[in-house]
Write a protein that binds this ligand. Structure first.
Ligand code: P6P
Length: 335
């Protein structure tokens, strides 16, 4: 296989825009460079977490009622700073902030909304397990009066996303993103501080042999989910499955994207609406999954067609290869 050209993520975006949006102004690639800059800052802190005093919590809880880890706060600040200075982001929204964040200087004309989970899976930080940043990019109409409720720009269905992706801080730091023309992945080369292309077109296998679910909740899943998992475990689905669960959505999905299979966070007794958040976890993951040939559902329909009603709303997330997802959706539909 020919060695991949030394293509950076910025070059890739410009190539894609030239190919698919010849009239593009390059504003999107400038916006994405805000995310990649923030992710380099976050990666540096995550990589040194054991050395620098960023382990542990700041002793506060965030809007989710979850203990805020110091790296959560740092990651949120890095993204707000880097994106807030791009000049084309009018509104931001974050898992760490109760309300949307207006960028005063760009409120009237900023063309984009960026919604993000700055450090998903952060409860794993202290045990050195992969964590990630998840982002979702939407367009917004100009707001010449600067008076529109920012929630109007934020509460858009997933089908309105112009781009989405994640950065996984694992054995290497990888950026995986889509702008609606397939999924591409890049690996951060710390020596030069650039994300270099790894895979220009990631596709999810049509079927896999791994299912990923928090088995501790199994007894509280609705019956069809329990029957589905039993079918996978028994071999009745036609193949032998392994179970893998990291408890970090970005890491669990990254494996599903590459190896196939299924990740599911169904409704549980504690989270009857599902635990994962629609706008900055389920929607971006669903966009990537569909662009890679997979399926993402809340158990009733497409994740990306759910009409959002609040910034931090939760939903069930079932995402993965067509084979496993179709079997699960059939079992849910016939229940
Ligand atoms: P549980 C991390 O807190 C997170 O939001 C996702 O990254 C992850 O998939 C999920 O929650 C894990 O939840 O209930 O299995 O610990």
């Amino acid at each position: 296989m020919e060695p991949l050209p030394l293509m950076t993520v910025q070059q890739h975006i410009l190539e894609e825009q030239r190919r698919h949006h010849p009239d593009a102004s390059g504003e999107f690639s400038w916006l994405l460079s805000g995310i990649t800059l923030a992710s380099k800052i976050i990666a540096d802190q995550v990589r040194r977490a054991g050395l620098v005093d960023v382990l542990g919590s700041v002793g506060q809880v965030n809007v989710q009622g979850e203990t805020q880890q110091k790296l959560d706060v740092l990651a949120n600040q890095a993204l707000r700073l880097c994106l807030g200075r791009r000049g084309n982001v009018g509104i931001m929204a974050s898992e760490e902030n109760a309300e949307p964040i207006v960028v005063p200087r760009d409120r009237q004309h900023g063309k984009y909304v960026v919604i993000f989970d700055p450090l998903d899976g952060s409860s794993n930080i202290d045990v050195n397990v992969s964590v990630g940043t998840i982002f979702s990019i939407l367009r917004r109409a100009p707001d010449p009066e600067g008076k529109r409720d920012p929630l109007v720009d934020v509460l858009q269905a997933g089908v309105k996303q112009v781009a989405a992706g994640y950065v996984v801080y694992g054995s290497s730091t990888m950026l995986v993103y889509t702008a609606g023309n397939g999924v591409a992945s890049f690996t951060l080369d710390p020596a030069i501080g650039a994300f270099i292309i790894s895979n220009p077109r990631m596709t999810m296998p049509a079927k896999g042999n791994i299912y990923s679910v928090n088995a501790a909740n199994s007894d509280s899943f609705p019956e069809p989910y329990q029957q589905f998992l039993a079918k996978l475990r028994s071999g009745e689905a036609g193949r032998t499955y392994s179970s893998r669960y990291i408890g970090s959505l970005v890491a669990d999905f990254h494996r599903t994207l590459i190896k196939g299979g299924i990740f599911l966070y169904p409704p549980t007794r504690h989270y009857p609406q599902g635990k994962l958040r629609l706008l900055y976890e389920a929607n971006p993951i669903a966009f990537l999954a569909e662009q890679a040939g997979g399926i993402a559902s809340d158990g009733r329909g497409r994740i990306m067609e759910i009409p959002p009603t609040s910034l931090h709303q939760r939903c069930p997330l079932l995402v993965g290869s067509r084979t496993e997802m179709k079997l699960l959706m059939e079992m849910l539909a016939s229940a």
